[in-house]
Design a protein around this ligand. Sequence first.
Ligand SMILES: [Zn+2]
Length: 569
Amino acid sequence: MIGKMTGKSILFSLLLFGTACSKEVGPPGTPAQIKPQQAGLTLIYNAQIYTMDRGFSTADSMVFDQSGALKFVGNEKPMRDRFPAAKPVDMGGKTIIPGLIDAHGHLYGLAVSLTQAQLQGTTSKQDIMRKLHEHEANLSAGDWLLGRGWDQNDWPVQAFPSRADLDREFPDRPVWLRRIDGHAAWANSAALAMADRDLSGDWQPKGGFIYRDENGQASGVLVDGAMALVQKAVPEISPALLQASLGLALQRMVSLGLTGVHDPGISRQVLDLYRQRIRDGQFPTRVYAMTDGAGKTLDWLCENGAVSDPSGRLFMRSVKLYIDGALGSRGAALLADYTDDPGNSGLLFVQAEELEAMIDKALACGFQVGIHAIGDRGNRVALDALEAAIQRYPDNPGRHRIEHAQVLTRTDIPRFAQLGIIASVQPTHATSDMYWAEERLGPERVQYAYAWRSLLDTGARLALGSDFPVEQVNPMLGIYAAVTRQDISGWPPGGWYPQQRLSREEAVRGFTLDAAYAAFMEKSVGSLEPGKRADFIVLDQDVMQVEAADIPSIKVLQTWLDGELVWQR
Ligand SMILES: [Zn+2]
């Protein structure tokens, strides 16, 4: 799926052809007129192209060169006249938009999650065994087979499973599978044998429970506090497995049309992992990495300067900070108490002075700051700190961001535009949280939560993302959530606080041009315009025209990066 395919071989044959014919003269449009410099051009035609430029222009054709730079975007006829030698690619009337950019997605986090078998939605033990064998194909000899997501309530016989079920299929390799809620785990004998104490007998660990058979032997399921007995023995992820999983994560991204991601919370080690893949030519997307706080990674970055890999696929010039927690667990810092938990207004992770010191450190090195802020107090403190720091560092190029910007006050909403701060928001968080967000916030505050329309109306810029693997990777789900504020089943009718919905154009812009802007990349990606990179995706349906309910089912047929087809359905 990751290829250097078409581009290079086409280029090669065109070069030969061009050279052979270059001395001859013939009527216009014949091969004899082909100029050597036209060799390697590709003409995409017969497409519904939404360029996503500022004017929301459309086109039916575009031409890019062998380096992946767009030469022209517009109508087929003049382009054919001008570039007769370009290799034509008929798109069969399909829709093309710029490659989508997830402005907040954890690529490394996704890779780590893929080191485990994903068992959510399985309906029988056979189903699980099939998934486990599939997953095992990526493992090396010493690796444990880890998984998560089984639920015996979904099986024909709803009893806890046993180690014997797993031993039959996996007699040697330790298997350790967490239940869907994370409160129990199912192990085979090889895993149980790794426990730091003999699990047989009639004792029970503190805060936990070991299921045993009639002989007093652990039968395979450990609950809560008992899980630690085996968990301690689970080895760190091997480099080979991590690389394989990163490959799968990248493949998932491009198969869903993501040609870019802003990856928050990245260490130098992860940066090196990415670089290694880039060197190996196996990195079919662009990553805009943000540091893991203001510690060692930032020190290193300050010393060595911003990362801008010559491949154009890896950048780091941004610092990820945290001010508070999440709304679901009531860790988000609110200005007043939680409506459903009087006396609790959440917590700031760091105090304002500490946050300011970290921001200063980043701005002094010329970098952008992105602050995770969920509650209205968290956002207030973050905005105050950024406002002060922007004045202290007038030469810093700015474009600072607040990640999530979930609960705001009416008076803080206009400050984003005033300060040039980007709201980096995740539409699917709203549709995941809407079932309980109002209980937490009450009817007043909730009106300024997930307030995308209010932010846009004050002139703020929205960069849209998913926060995968917390939410699903598919950006079509984000576009759908942004334009409907409904879940996949269409609930609630008319949308949740529908006055905050975005138009299709605004939603796609948040996943393209404005996401690019949030990464200082709007001059090279985010829209299909001459001089920019040929990063685009081909869709099976027109995302601007289909019924909103059909947006989640839109399929990406092809993903192109730098003018190369990097994935095809
Ligand atoms: Zn995140």
